[in-house]
Write a protein of this length. Sequence first.
Length: 249
Amino acid sequence: MKFDTVLAERKHKVIYRDGDLCAKVFDESFPKSDILNEALNQARVEETGLNIPKIEEVTKIDGKWAIISDYIEGKTLQELMDENPDKLDEYLNLFVDIQKDILSKKCPLLKRLKDKMQDKISQTDLDATTRYELHTRLASMKKHSKVCHGDFNPSNVIITPEGVPYILDWSHATQGNGAADAARTYLLFCLKGDKELAEKYLKLFCEKTDTARQYVNAWMPIVAASQSVKGNPEEREFLLNWANVFDYQ
Ligand SMILES: Nc1ncnc2c1ncn2[C@@H]1O[C@H](COP(=O)(O)OP(=O)(O)OP(=O)(O)O)[C@@H](O)[C@H]1O
Ligand SMILES: [Mg+2]
């Protein structure tokens, strides 16, 4: 294989294309267990029947771990939104429909969202009183087992030239409450500095899934705290501010 076309470059990984294949190559600094976990999540989600790139191989290229999957021809929803601002509403509609489709699936072997978030809250820089409040609130949330993407944003969806959507990037996938996944997407839009789009997205999500906005809001501090653990310093500050807000309506 000769992966010489770079599709995307990230802090600790590079994504290449070689013909029908796509290789996500991780730096040596990347924990092996995280890479294998991402591949395992992807393999498990494949079994739900969702449209995702299939894993072909997990291997080492020049001493670096790599996940090889099918290359998906097309543009990400993010690219399409940037190129056609007049079609934003149409794309946002599609984006929420895809998230609804993900949330309609079950995948009993995925890690539980509540367990993952309890661990993350313990790892935050928040004081013990706030952590206690967040742990208690999380424990009181209803038990759900929907497939949650965990990083659902428009750059993780590719639309093929025929208009078929594929969902990428399953490293954060869990099973749990759909409102938590919506809270995460909302915060991702906010972190990108687009509060207006975040609001528009959440309104549409609540309408299409018949979810109360207050219910998503109740998740917001929990999700923000969990997300703060690996964020860069500016993101961390923004998220920790959210994590401290308990009366947000
Ligand atoms: N199977 C694939 N086929 C085509 N393009 C892909 C594929 N996988 C990844 N890409 C391209 O590479 C980009 C990054 O891939 P991916 O989202 O899997 O990595 P990531 O490091 O988790 O990125 P991010 O942190 O931005 O979410 C995608 O937005 C897409 O443009
Ligand atoms: Mg991605």
